[in-house]
Ligand binder design. Sequence first.
Ligand code: GTP
Ligand code: MG
Length: 323
Amino acid sequence: MIRHVDVPVLVEQTRAGMPRAIGRAVSLVDDQHPALREIMAALAAHTGGAHVIGITGAPGVGKSTTTNSIVAALRRREKRVAVLAVDPSSPFSGGALLGDRIRMEEAAGDPGVYVRSLATRGHLGGLSVSAPQAIRVLDAAGFDVVIVETVGVGQSEVDIVRLADTTLVLLAPGMGDGIQAAKAGILEIGDVFVVNKADRAGADATVRDLRHMIQMGEGTAPGGWRRPVVRASALEGTGVEETADAVTGHLEWLARTGTLRRRRTKRAGDEVSGLALAQLRARIGDLDAAGSLPALAARVVDGALDPYAAADELLASIGAGTG
Ligand SMILES: Nc1nc2c(ncn2[C@@H]2O[C@H](COP(=O)(O)OP(=O)(O)OP(=O)(O)O)[C@@H](O)[C@H]2O)c(=O)[nH]1
Ligand SMILES: [Mg+2]
């Protein structure tokens, strides 16, 4: 169902940080509503101010708890914070639960905090299209920090790198000694590492292992980012300020070295190509429905056309051919 959207009003209220408007805009992203094009055009000039932090880690490692405490620490520093919970594996359960939990515990009534989960409604492009758009909405709404939380399963851990300025990788004693971390490929993606549940046995060994592994893989270029390993316990309330310092310090480093712009350019490139691919797929889907793709396919079956030539014809008919 396509409802009418008053784009100028929605844009104005979103930019003013009104929660209802922000929620509506993110819902339009969820639905890939036709009005999005106009909304994105109006918001474009007002983005780029937010520090996007990705938080990832294995199930149960403490992502929700840690997000909670980082939000609180950043609020004490008078930052406005949005949390976007992304769960590629179960878009309707995990993310929503996480969002509700934070809303209840920390953010009730605080206009400086906004929590939202992102669903994939099976539209073309999925989260790779909708997550960057949702971040844009929150960015344009004036949040200083947008925390994107994913459940750490395989590809999503790697994907978060493409969304965030700063990637925070969470580990716990026993789950994440250095060698395991290296095997899982998380050493490459983290800008800041947090060993959570440090109240448990083995935390010191995990921190030591991790520091060792990171040093081995680290470049010696002066001015390079030395990736910190923070020891934290949500139970004991330790490591929270250190974690906030580490992510804030990383942003300063990004900006100082020009890395921020490079990362964001890469990120925008991924977003643009993702959108272009989604549009291409949609156009090909239209041609399929209209019968011209099946007609080409029949000629391939008959041996009248080879598949390359058929693909060329298909692309040419949507104006995407190279000749
Ligand atoms: N002992 C101890 N328990 C913790 C700590 N942090 C979190 N927990 C507990 O670990 C469990 C999982 O914490 P969550 O924050 O929900 O972890 P999560 O990574 O968000 O979990 P999923 O969203 O299910 O992947 C909860 O029971 C927490 O209370 C900690 O520092 N020490
Ligand atoms: Mg969680």
